[in-house]
Design a protein around this ligand. Structure first.
Ligand SMILES: Nc1ncnc2c1ncn2[C@@H]1O[C@H](COP(=O)(O)OP(=O)(O)OP(=O)(O)O)[C@@H](O)[C@H]1O
Ligand SMILES: [Mg+2]
Length: 479
């Protein structure tokens, strides 16, 4: 799983747990509040029922005392007690309308009206009658109070049960969230912190010059990809360093040989007491070798300039047909190992003749270096409506298609061809820079084991100067 997905899953999981916890707490608190309200109401109803019962009993006592003594104070007290009852009965019967017990409350109301009428009647009703209706009312109020009491006990038990459940559920969920968070933190540590430290340590060591150091790839995720890219980069830098060292060694070798020849020839010349004509071959040898060194150093300097983008192009009208014929004429006399053939037609471009010659020479030298002795190398030049196309085709070892784009980078040489011929790996890099500088295009088509065809397309001159600059002046890459 990628780090992005893992973090999203982890954070999402935590957020989900917190939402569930918050929702369940809100729901349970609301439920407990409504239960508490119901318990409060039931307890108030029970209290009112108690007051009614108390008032009726006290009224009965005052009634009996009045009947026994005939004192008017008892009668007044009895009347006061009966008058206190209607608001209490209203409160009692009104309080129960919501619980669906309206049948019971209307019965109480009826019994109360009968009791009130009999208790306050004048002349007074017989004691037995008043007592009967008072007893009936008392019994109804008591039943009502009992019902409320059991209802309140039930609600209290339920709320206690709910409270315990909420406590357990909350503790369980909090524990789960803590475990989930801890597990995520541990995994995060393993997947992000440890690989990041490993990568930064590797980068530090690499920066100190330990070129063999590689970052450990822990997982197949973003950091794994980064570690792999780092390893690939260090490997490439190492290879590049190797290539640079090889280049210096091969350059030193290429320069040393002519210098040894120059030195040896000059010493022989010094010893010779011969006439000028006899010295001529030795002098020619010195000049030839000095020219070779000069050319080599010139090419190297040009490549560095092309790499830096500092190369000045001397643009003139060039007939590629003439240029190729001249190159082929030179090459054919020196090159006896391969069958060189050329076919072409006149085609003008606006270009730097010396550098275009270098391009063609490099392509021919590659075709020669990386193909069997005796095989054919075909060079073609054809004119298209708006460009001149040069192709150099060989029947050599070929190039794996996936490697083709890399060959335009400096010092890139295929492992399979390194032993076939000497080279610096700068040829195609310079070729590409030169062709780009002419506004052209280079493509390579190759089939391993069957051969390679390099195609170069350059804008033809009749379309106007591609770089809009007069002859012998700095070209597009010039600064
Ligand atoms: N025609 C070809 N057939 C097979 N491989 C080729 C061909 N041309 C180029 N290559 C591969 O591309 C690599 C780069 O070529 P490039 O011309 O840049 O360097 P080079 O020939 O090795 O050295 P130099 O700098 O002397 O030209 C070669 O080393 C070779 O592996
Ligand atoms: Mg080459």
């Amino acid at each position: 799983m990628s780090i992005k997905k893992f973090i999203s899953f982890w954070m999402g999981g935590l957020a989900f747990c917190f939402i569930i916890l918050a929702l369940s707490l809100i729901a349970s608190t609301t439920k407990l509040q409504s239960m508490n309200a119901r318990v409060l109401k039931d307890s108030q109803t029970i209290e009112v029922a108690h007051q009614i019962e108390n008032a009726i009993l006290r009224e009965r006592r005052e009634d009996l005392l009045w009947r026994a003594t005939g004192e008017s104070a008892f009668l007044t007290q009895k009347a006061n007690l009966v008058k206190k009852l209607p608001p209490l009965v209203r409160e009692l019967t009104g309080s129960d309308s919501s619980s669906g017990n309206s049948g019971g409350t209307s019965h109480i109301r009826q019994l109360f009206e009968l009791y009130q009428a009999e208790a306050l009647a004048e002349p007074m009703h017989p004691l037995a009658e008043v007592s009967r209706s008072a007893d009936k009312l008392l019994q109804a109020v008591e039943e009502f109070r009992e019902r409320n009491h059991s209802q309140m006990t039930e609600t209290l038990a339920l709320s206690k049960h709910l409270d315990t459940m909420v406590d357990r559920w909350s503790i369980g969920l909090i524990l789960f969230v803590l475990c989930f968070a801890a597990l995520g933190a541990v995994l995060l540590l393993k997947r992000i912190i440890i690989p990041t430290f490993a990568l930064s340590r590797a980068a530090e060591r690499f920066g100190r010059g330990e070129s063999a150091v590689r970052a450990r790839v822990y997982n197949n995720d973003e950091l794994g990809m980064l570690s792999r890219a780092f390893n690939e980069m260090t490997e490439n830098i190492k290879l590049l360093e190797q290539d640079r060292r090889h280049l210096i060694a091969s350059l030193a070798h290429d320069i040393k040989n002519p210098m040894v020849l120059i030195g040896g020839t000059a010493r022989r010349l010094k010893k010779k007491q011969a006439v000028v004509e006899e010295k001529m071959p030795l002098l020619n040898c010195i000049i030839e070798q000095a020219d070779a060194v000069e050319e080599l150093i010139g090419e190297l300097v040009d490549t560095v300039r092309l790499e830096d983008g500092n190369a000045a192009f001397s643009m003139v009208e060039v007939d590629l047909h003439d240029l190729l014929k001249t190159i082929l004429a030179k090459q054919s006399t020196m090159l006896t190992s391969h069958h060189l053939s050329y076919e072409g037609e006149p085609c003008q471009v606006w270009g730097d003749a010396r550098r275009l010659e270098r391009v063609v020479n490099n392509l021919i030298s590659n075709a020669v270096k990386y193909s069997e002795r005796g095989s054919a190398i075909d060079i073609r030049l054809r004119r298209e409506p708006d460009r001149c196309v040069i192709t150099v085709k060989d029947a050599g070892v070929g190039i794996p298609p996936e490697k083709i784009p890399t060959l335009f980078q400096p010092f890139r040489r295929l492992a399979g061809t390194k032993n076939m011929a000497k080279g610096s790996g700068l040829g195609l890099f310079s070729v590409k820079k030169i062709i780009d500088g002419h506004g052209g295009k280079i493509t390579i088509a190759s089939e391993p084991g069957r051969g390679t065809t390099v195609t170069i397309g350059l804008p033809s001159h009749q379309n106007g100067c591609p770089c809009a600059c007069p002859a012998n002046e700095t070209g597009p890459l010039g600064k």
